[in-house]
Ligand binder design. Structure first.
Ligand code: MG
Length: 171
C-alpha cells in the first residue's frame, strides 16, 4: 500500500506530465503558424509521449490500489519570439521535469517504497533521453536558423518523427 504523502507526490507528477502535453500542444500550434509543419509533427509526437507518461503514472497508482486525483492543468505559454526560443523552452522544461522525477524518486526511496522506486527507474532513464533529444534540436536549429535551405531540411527531418510508446504503459 502506498503512503498518503507519496501518493500526493505522484498526483503532482501526473499533473506535471499533463501540463507538459498541454505546453507541447501549444508549441504544435506555434510551429503550424510559423509554417514549420515538420517541427509541429515532432512536437505532436512529444505531446503524445507526455500523455503516455501521465497514463503510465496513473496505471501504477491503479495497480497499487491507490486512488487517482486529477488537478486543474495550468494555462501554457502560447507564443515565442522565435522557433529557437520555443525549442529552448522545451529543453528547459524537460530539465525541470527531470528535477521533478528526481524529487519523486527520492520521496519513494525515503518512504521505503521499493515498488515505486523501481517503477520510477524508467522515468529517470527516460528523462536522460528527453533532455538529449530536445537539446539535439536546439543545437541543430542554432546551426540552421539563418539559412533557409538548412531550415527546410531540418523541418523535413523533424517531420519524420513518430511517437514511441513506453514499455509497461497502460496497454
Ligand atoms: Mg514527460
Amino acid at each position: 500500500m502506498m503512503k498518503a504523502e507519496l501518493k500526493k507526490a505522484f498526483h503532482k507528477q501526473i499533473n506535471e506530465e499533463l501540463y507538459s502535453a498541454y505546453l507541447y500542444a501549444a508549441m504544435v500550434n506555434y510551429f503550424e503558424e510559423q509554417n514549420l509543419a515538420g517541427f509541429a509533427t515532432w512536437m505532436r509526437a512529444q505531446t503524445v509521449e507526455e500523455l503516455n507518461h501521465a497514463n503510465k503514472l496513473i496505471s501504477h497508482l491503479h495497480e497499487r490500489g491507490a486512488e487517482v486525483k486529477l488537478d486543474a492543468i495550468a494555462k501554457p505559454t502560447s507564443s515565442w519570439k522565435s522557433p529557437l526560443a520555443a525549442i529552448e523552452a522545451a529543453y528547459k522544461h524537460e530539465c525541470h521535469i527531470s528535477a521533478c522525477i528526481d524529487d519523486l524518486y527520492a520521496r519513494a526511496t525515503k518512504a521505503g517504497d521499493n515498488a515505486a522506486a523501481l517503477f520510477l527507474n524508467w522515468f529517470v532513464t527516460e528523462q536522460v533521453e528527453e533532455e538529449a533529444s530536445a537539446d539535439e534540436v536546439v543545437q541543430k536549429l542554432k546551426l540552421a536558423q539563418n539559412a533557409p535551405g538548412a531550415m527546410f531540411m531540418l523541418d523535413r527531418e523533424l517531420g519524420a518523427r513518430t511517437p514511441t510508446f513506453p514499455t509497461g504503459a497502460a496497454e
